[in-house]
Design a protein around this ligand. Sequence first.
Ligand code: ACO
Length: 498
Amino acid sequence: MQENQNQGKGDMTKRATKRRVKKSPGKKIAKKAAKKMNKKTASSVSKPDARKKGEQQAKKTAISAPKKSGSFTLTNNTTGEKYELPVFQGTCGPNVIDVRKLYDDTDHFTYDPGYTSTGSCQSKITFIDGDKGILRYRGYPIEQLAESSDFMEVCFLLLYGDLPTGAQKEKFEHDITYHSMLHEQINYFFRGFRRDSHPMAIMCGVVGALSAFYHDSTDIHNPRHRMVASFRMIAKMPTIAANAYKYSIGQPYVYPRNDLSFPQNFLYMMFSNPCEAYKPNPILARAMDRILILHADHEQNASTSTVRIAGSSGANPFACIAAGIASLWGPAHGGANEAVLNMLEEIGDKKNIKQFIKRAKDKNDPFRLMGFGHRVYKNYDPRARVMQKTCNEVLDELGVRDEPLLELAMELERIALEDDYFVEKKLYPNVDFYSGIIFRAMGIPTSMFTVLFAVARTVGWVAQWNEMIEDPSQKIGRPRQLYVGDDERKFVTLNKRK
Ligand code: ACO
């Protein structure tokens, strides 16, 4: 096991794996490692208490059978036959109609391209009320988390269901920190890419390749393997992202530093070089932390659903996260932050805004106002509000109050929000509208914007993936279709085809 820094002290993975090499893996070994880990890092908590806490945490995240709250009657208007469909109630949000038996009972499928009305799973992780502009992680409003928490706490919350105690936080930060270094051979992997590769292309490749390096955490039915794989991905993603950037500008990779916090370390790996000392700016580190919190999870969006569907076949977690990164890349999803900046640059001046708004409304023009609109939010995206505030703080700190792109963005937002088209369709700025301006002010190149989103979203992906594996009702994701192609035809031999 070569991933962990030399300090190695208390690294549960290293110890467990060492033993596993000598003997064969088994429950005893995992128990021993877990015991040791508890002793080392949660000294204030007694062993039975720690076990009880672990069980409580497992209960907190476990998914059980949904609560039936009524039914719907479906009538086939051709035959007059009636079918009863159970209705399930969640904690908040709309109820769902259970159609799992529909095909068996009625010989019909449902049809819902884009899943606009389809729930694909039960989840306890994130709740969104798009009409009211509400986003909560495990019940906590995003605004409160962004204001008072930090990214490491939010990671713990998403993974384990509750905010950590002091001892749990310390241990968790330690575990993440001590998984941040990459296997040295992964660093050579980058060299296979062209220097001008898009960093998201590098992310897809390198993250997928992690499964070739960390075989000891790919047993998806082993909770401990799943958690180690989750830690590895959360911890290594900033290192991979920073390396992708360093590779593109021809600078040496900067190895992670264990004395820095998660956001500080990321800024350090991105912006330091071996020739001079680098001290991360606390305001920028705080802003980065907040951006990470805002992007950490967003329930069943395209990339998360991709991770879940990839994982539903039993694929290893690294491969699933690589699939999520691929899905995130598109401009309709995480690629929007890059697209917003490109759009603002294309608009160039306030006097051109009206013309671009006109284009966005034209059905024959593929142009859309990037950073505007959302499948779920039909109100202001609560993350966009926090992002706008953070944007002002960053620009103040950097002394670039009169950033023309920010002024342009604010004017574009003002005009769009007064326009009937955007009002009627309930199109508001989403999280990506302001994030690009912050990133640019921090000196992050446009092509890295979506990479940062991937770094933040990794915890959400792994939390959702873990939840899916633990869900007793989980099945391979396999949608149906309405076939509209040719009916059966007789094969025509080549010499008879016209
Ligand atoms: N500019 C102009 N018109 C828009 C925009 C926009 N940004 N977004 C939606 N519309 C219009 C559509 O043309 C459609 O009009 P119609 O009813 O006359 O056909 C209507 O609003 C509804 O839009 P849909 O595309 O059907 O909504 P959907 O939920 O499928 O799409 C999406 C949501 C992809 C986010 C869309 O709003 C969009 O493309 N926005 C720009 C890209 C963007 O910012 N993506 C980031 C999303 S947030 C994230 O992933 C982090």
